[in-house]
Design a binder for this molecule. Structure first.
Ligand code: ZN
Length: 113
C-alpha cells in the first residue's frame, strides 16, 4: 500500500502547479518510475481518482513510463540496462559489475485543458 504516500505527493505537487497556473482541469499526469520503485501505476491512478474528486484533477489519468536500472561494468566501463543484463558484461564478459538501482520517481509533465 505504499502507493498511497506517493500518490499524495503527486496530487499535492500537481494541484499546486495547476492552481498557480490557473488551470481549469488536469487531464493527464505523466510519471517516470524507476524499475526498483515497485509502484503500480494503476494503483496510483485509482488513488488519484478518489483524491481528486471535486478538484481540478477530477478523473485525471496517469501515464507511467518505467525507467530501467543500469549496470556498469567495472572492467571495461560499459553501461547497459538491467534488461540486457544477464550475469556478465555483454561487451567483455566480465562479471565485475555494479548495479545502479533506479528508484527515481518523477512527475515528468502534466496535460491540462
Ligand atoms: Zn565489460
Amino acid at each position: 500500500m505504499h502507493e498511497l504516500a506517493v500518490t499524495e505527493y503527486v496530487f499535492n505537487l500537481v494541484k499546486k502547479q495547476a492552481d498557480a497556473n490557473k488551470v481549469s482541469h488536469v487531464d493527464k499526469i505523466h510519471l517516470l518510475i524507476g524499475d526498483q520503485c515497485d509502484y503500480v501505476p494503476e494503483i496510483i491512478e485509482e488513488y488519484l481518482q478518489v483524491m481528486s474528486e471535486g478538484t481540478s484533477l477530477a478523473g485525471v489519468k496517469v501515464d507511467a513510463k518505467v525507467k530501467e536500472s543500469t549496470v556498469l561494468c567495472k572492467d571495461c566501463g560499459a553501461q547497459f540496462t538491467r534488461h540486457e543484463f544477464k550475469d556478465a558484461c555483454p561487451k567483455c564478459g566480465s562479471a565485475n559489475l555494479k548495479l545502479n538501482r533506479c528508484t527515481d520517481f518523477i512527475v515528468e509533465n502534466i496535460e491540462v485543458s
